[in-house]
Write a protein that binds this ligand. Sequence first.
Ligand SMILES: [Ca+2]
Length: 510
Amino acid sequence: MNATPVSTLLLLTLTACASAPVAERDDGDRRPNVVIIYGDDVGFGDLGCYGAEKIPTPNLDRLAAEGLRFTDGHCAAGTCTPSRFALLTGVHGFRSGVRVLPPNARLTIPVDAWTLPDTFKAAGYRTGVVGKWHLGLGAEGEPVDWNGAVKPGPMELGFDESFLLPSTNDRVPCVYLEGHEVVGLDPEDPLFVGKLKDLPEGSTRYPDGKKQPEAMTYYPSSHGHNQSVINGIGRIGYMAGGESALWDDETMADVFVERATRFIDENAEEPFFLFFSSQDIHVPRTPHPRFHGKSELGYRGDAMVQLDWAAGAVMAALEARGLTEDTIVIFSSDNGPVYDDGYVDGTTVLTSREEVDRGHDGSGPYRGGKYQVYEGGTRVPLIVRWPRGIQPGVSNALVTQVDLVASFASMLDVPLPEGEAMDSRDAMAALLGRDPVGRQFVVEEARGLALRDGPWKFVQRPKGTDELYDLSVDVGEASSVAAEHPERVEAMSATLNEARAVGLRPLGLR
Ligand SMILES: [Ca+2]
């Protein structure tokens, strides 16, 4: 351990603070339930409590008012798969070359890796995941048997229960997966997912939008989401068969809320961990018609209103069971905002250089969004509510979702196995509002890597000029000051390279 005496002392202090609320509980060994409500492509500025004026989000605003709203909370990466990988493993995606996965990709998380649900299970929790997965399914070298047992997947990674949108809503297969099985599949109409040339004879085919663009009746694709057309929406990847199992896009939020409510009801007597992973507001945005026109921003804004409704419904399920006081609810997102991400759905922003859609900036004051290593890519809404353990307020602490594994392991006195969750640090004191500073260093990943060191932001450009921003005076990363601070650039570059090699935790860097 290379930790300096100061950081060792600090870690000990943080650990002591973090375990206090559980130890002080007056009802024996009962531990708080934990529910993560995870948005998809929800930007810093997409919630009312973060400044949105054209999207009503009363339920999330209430969550923030009753909890701690972070202004410098980060997901691990500017895209979905590496971000979720890091959330669930405490390891940055770039270490394993994790990238956004194509349909039919294998499970990216090794089944023997330590995970967030493993942490809760080790503390005696029931664990469940409902919603978007996009971390792959099945073993390397073995084709996934969509008509049999689809595994390994979340059930092999520590989740007791699983109800999934297997990939993304713009990718095939467009079916739900419960446990290891596709829901509602008719054995007479088997499901095929794979290459166009391998589609079996005689099974239901979904028209290729490239050849039959008129099949895309919901709205057309803007760049290549056209390999299969399902429910009038073009998708990435080819599928055939499984007609009885096809999901209905417009009721997806209702289906996930119903499943989450069932999980809460069935596990109300025991501590539980629920990962509620919404498809909103990822493309294709297909909010239920009852949400149409509820924002001033078309499908994207209306999908955000739907997500807010879903969050409210999950909170209502907790309230109905009298679990509000006993449950830590975390709301966040897997990456920053995007507007046109493959469909002509009414957004006016068509390139990543523009950020404002009809007066609404989904990344708020921050630069960029999804796919980008600027703050808008990873600085996302982060709200933590726990009436019994958190004073409501606003925290400017620098925190990252990579730290959830080590933070909950610390809170629940679960030892992390040697070498696991290597990028995850115990940040529970910051998450509970008892440490106003949080991390000194945070790695941000997108198409490239960046490092935060307090207010300083270093963007590594292996094929170009490295960038440096002082967020204390340039929150929008408008002008790089790398030329004025060569020593800081060199130092942050060295820290990032070192972290890339061994992880921040082994380096002892806060
Ligand atoms: Ca995403």
